[in-house]
Design a protein around this ligand. Structure first.
Ligand SMILES: [Zn+2]
Length: 274
């Protein structure tokens, strides 16, 4: 307890306590910088995927991996237009061969994965896969991972350690990397979800993916909820009743982007870490 408290105080003293969302301008609770979050996420990503890779569970379906790579490449090109400094991110995407898990994530710095269960169980179209990944990329662009890591670090690292190692006993992580691994398992706040819904559907539309797929995706998600373990999309993405309605209202606004009639962003562009 004492060590943990001392570590936390040291963190709080050394790092700013608040930051501005780089895309929307919203004030966020931050005791870990985005730069630190990116570094820790990179380490966590490698360590989380290594045991799966050893079992042949990473990109085991080359056609599916190629498809997901193509979709995310188009999204990344748009993400870089939203936040030009993310051009230096080491963007990666992997398909995790796990037909029972309906989930996907994008960590700080653009380290992504999608579980095959999301595509197979939902029979997700390319447009719907683009909506999932666009939404996840929006979390990373908006520094939601560092926000979640800050919450994890400020809450209780022992709880953090338990939550991560319970699912992946072979994964040895500590400190910030542990928080990075937990960040993608914590439920996002409603504010963070709403931000990512708006940014995600726009990223996808600008990348040439139909905004109506955001609505059909969530309708499919709703039908499939409760059928999976706790690490599924619904456990990390609380779905307010109005979510589908809000997305439906965004569709007409996003259609011009999809139809390549407009290039004006919804949010003003902001650079830097705030
Ligand atoms: Zn989300």
């Amino acid at each position: 307890m004492l060590v943990r408290t001392a570590t936390l105080i040291a963190l709080m003293l050394s790092i700013v306590g608040c930051a501005t969302n780089p895309v929307t301008g919203r004030s966020q609770f931050m005791i870990i910088s985005e730069k630190q979050a990116i570094s820790a996420s990179s380490e966590a990503y490698v360590k989380m995927l290594a045991p799966l890779d050893a079992k042949g569970k990473i990109d085991s379906d080359p056609a599916l991996a190629a498809k997901v790579n193509q979709i995310t490449a188009r999204l990344i090109a748009q993400a870089i237009k939203f936040r030009p400094e993310t051009q230096t991110w080491d963007w990666r995407v992997k398909v995790i061969d796990d037909p029972e898990t309906v989930n996907a994530f994008c960590m700080a710095g653009g380290k992504m994965a999608i579980y095959s269960g999301l595509i197979l169980k939902l029979q997700a179209s390319d447009d719907e896969i683009a909506q999932v990944m666009g939404h996840e990329i929006a979390h990373a662009l908006s520094a939601h991972t560092s926000e979640q890591m800050s919450v994890a670090l400020a809450t209780d690292l022992a709880v953090t350690a338990f939550a991560v190692t319970r699912d992946e006993p072979g994964v040895a992580l500590a400190g910030a990397s542990l928080a990075a691994a937990l960040a993608i398992k914590l439920p996002n706040s409603r504010v963070a979800e709403a931000e990512s819904d708006v940014i995600g559907i726009e990223l996808a539309a600008r990348a040439g993916y139909n905004p109506n797929a955001a609505v059909s995706l969530w309708e499919k998600m709703a039908k499939n909820s409760g059928s999976n373990g706790e690490f599924d999309f619904f456990s990390t993405h609380p779905a307010p009743a109005k979510r589908i309605e809000n997305l439906r209202k965004l569709v007409p606004k996003m259609m011009p982007y999809y139809l390549e009639k407009s290039t004006r962003p919804v949010y003003p562009l902001k650079s830097g870490e705030g």
